[in-house]
Design a binder for this molecule. Structure first.
Ligand code: ADP
Ligand code: MG
Length: 613
């Protein structure tokens, strides 16, 4: 049967379009903020509830809309910003498609209140799942307020796929940052669940950046400022010693618009060559101004990619501009750009190996000796009630095996490290270290090759997890408290981790934006590693909040085990390797590291026999 072609009803078309424009609460945030910007606002408030799932509201003091415009703005392809095709190539506004409000209105319950500065009263409109209705006149301040409620209320499948509040908030905050970083002249406030997260007055860019990260010391940023025929580049790069292991803090803007570009990121990274280690990422806030005709921002409604006319030239200029900026601060050789040899840093200086900001591994640190032993017998931990639960088995077993008692038969070592018959008796078996990283031991008719690093990760992981959730770890007071520099987001992340960390034995002193004081450490965390350990955890949490969203304790245990495990290449003394093997044997899961890697390989005599056939 031939089907007739029919036009889609507008609300259906809008819902389909919404799929492209509105992916998550943060998309609504972006569109609303951009509209306020286009409306010439100088004061903007962003108000969200439940990570935007129940409310995203933007209130501005911009030009507002008259009644006719307010009625039209939810229509698809209704825009006041372009009239003819040519306008597309000379864009000065953020929006121009006239799609956003129609799309948002189709999948949520929107309330719009707007008043033009010259008018006596404002007008209130609603758009409920695409149904537009005029609510009549209202008394409002000049400007516009748009409240988006219950995003995807009419598309359960989409609503269901929203991520945890932590993750959605991360996306929203990112959108807020992108606006804040490019519009320091606009005063911005950001509220979540009635709490004010950011209060940013109009300020010069440098202060704005510092304010966003809650920094007080302002020597973190190095200015970049170059002008050529094709582009003007301004902004800041973060001093190499503040480079982070995680990406983030990497912002590129073109003509006031945030964009993403692995290619240009690479340009900046190479400019930092020699100043930061391979694992670190430079931080930057760079603003390109080019002729609007030479850049196409029209590629995708929400994607943040743009297309430049001459990318290779821009790449070279960008790299040089950053080097030049760094060079002025004697951080690297000035190269190829406006090069004036008298300005060059001295040869000696440029040849000095820059100090790597990376962590230093204390190779004398023996995780198995002295008071750093993971599970000390006779420790002050609360006594474990017999048969309490499975989780206590680790320490319980440890105490027993420590006095070289064979593991009782009924005590199944979890998901079967070694088949019953194959359990090592560590006390008897001799092991040796091989190739700098494997512990080799023979037990029964098998030979085991154990990866020392992964084995230790597994042991620490289970121990940390137990301490964070069921037991209390030992804390050691620091004579000289340590200070961990944190920005706002990190402080936020820390507050989520604090209960677990404290349970483990971390003791925190004062927590302010800017820094956190560490007064005590778990016995197993060496003082020299504590700051970088915490810093890494927080950076990762901020960069990839979804990692921890499943279980914070699990995330912490995993990350810390990686950081603190004895690295490959470290010589383990006999006692240390015995202790490690013994602990591994007691793990609930000993075959795989917390990262899912094989911990050991077993070769049986049968397999050997085959090889010799
Ligand atoms: P676009 O921004 O692409 O024009 P939108 O759907 O985002 O499309 O907005 C439609 C129209 O609604 C805009 O062109 C503008 O005229 C009007 N508008 C939206 N938000 C505001 C605001 N905060 N202040 C004034 N006018 C607005
Ligand atoms: Mg818009």
């Amino acid at each position: 049967m031939l089907k007739r072609i029919e036009r889609l009803p507008a609300h259906v078309a809008n819902q389909i379009a919404a799929g492209e424009v509105v992916q998550r609460p943060a998309s609504a945030v972006k569109e609303l903020l951009e509209n306020s910007l286009d409306a010439g606002a100088t004061v903007i408030q962003l108000i969200v509830k439940e990570a935007g799932k129940s409310l995203v509201q933007v209130v501005d003091n911009g030009g507002g809309m008259d009644e006719a415009n307010a009625r039209l703005c939810f229509e698809r392809h209704a825009t006041s910003k372009i009239r003819k095709t040519e306008d597309l190539f000379d864009l000065r506004t953020m929006g121009f498609r006239g799609e956003a409000l129609a799309a948002i209105g189709a999948v949520s319950q929107v309330e719009l209140k707007t008043r033009m500065p010259g008018e006596e009263t404002g007008i209130c409109m609603s758009c409920d799942g695409g149904e537009v209705a005029c609510q009549g006149p209202v008394a409002v301040e000049p400007g516009t307020s748009i409240a988006v409620r219950n995003l995807f209320f009419n598309i359960p499948a989409r609503r269901q796929f929203l991520k945890s509040n932590t993750v959605e908030m991360k996306h929203i905050t990112e959108e807020f940052f992108r606006l804040a970083l490019v519009q320091p002249a606009i005063s911005l406030k950001f509220f979540h669940n009635n709490e004010m997260l950011y209060d940013l007055p109009q300020s010069p860019l440098r202060q704005r950046i510092d304010a966003l990260y809650g920094r007080t010391k302002s020597d973190r940023l190095i200015p970049v400022d170059e002008e050529t025929e094709v582009v003007r580049i301004t902004g800041f790069v973060v001093r190499p010693e503040h480079a982070r292991k995680q990406r983030g803090h990497q912002y590129l803007f073109v003509n006031g618009r945030f964009f993403r570009s692995p290619y240009f990121n690479h340009a900046v990274k190479t400019a930092f060559e020699g100043l930061i280690s391979e694992e670190h990422h430079p931080g930057y806030y760079l603003y390109l101004e080019v002729d609007p005709k030479s850049v196409d921002v029209n590629i995708h409604p929400t994607k943040t990619e743009v297309k430049f006319e001459d990318e290779t030239t821009l790449y070279a200029i960008l790299r040089s501009a950053v080097r030049h900026g760094l060079g002025k601060y004697h951080l690297g050789p000035t190269l190829d750009f406006q090069r004036d040899s008298s300005l060059d840093v001295s040869y000696e200086r440029s040849r000095e190996t820059p100090e790597s900001p990376g962590i230093r591994v204390d190779y004398n640190f023996n995780p198995f000796s002295g008071n750093t032993r993971i599970k000390e017998s006779g420790s002050s931990r609360t006594p474990v009630a017999a048969g309490d639960n499975q989780k206590t088995a680790l320490s319980d077993l440890y105490e027993r095996s420590f006095s070289s008692v064979e593991i009782p038969e009924e005590e199944d070592a979890g998901s079967g490290l070694f088949p019953d018959a194959e359990r090592w008796s560590v006390e008897e078996a001799e092991s040796f270290q091989w190739a700098g990283r494997y512990l080799v031991l023979q037990s029964g008719d098998s030979v085991y090759f154990v990866d020392q690093n992964r084995a230790h990760e597994r042991v620490l992981y289970e121990c940390f997890l137990a301490e964070m959730t069921v037991e209390q770890g030992n804390s050691q007071r620091l004579i000289f408290p340590l200070e961990v520099e944190v920005d706002r987001e990190e402080l936020d992340a820390l507050s989520r981790f604090t209960p677990y960390l404290e349970h483990m034995g971390f003791a925190f002193g004062e927590q302010t934006t800017g820094a956190v004081v560490l007064k005590g450490l778990p016995a197993v965390v060496p003082e020299g590693l504590a700051v970088s350990l915490l810093k890494d955890l927080l950076e990762q949490e901020v960069a990839y909040p979804e990692q921890a969203s499943f279980s914070e304790a699990e995330f912490l245990a995993r990350k810390m085990s990686r950081k603190l495990a004895v690295p490959p290449g470290v010589k383990l003394e006999r006692e240390a390797s015995r202790a490690l093997l013994r602990d591994l044997l007691l793990c609930k899961e000993s075959q795989f590291s917390p990262y899912g890697k094989l911990v050991y390989i077993r070769v049986t005599s049968e397999e050997m026999d085959k090889k010799f056939k």
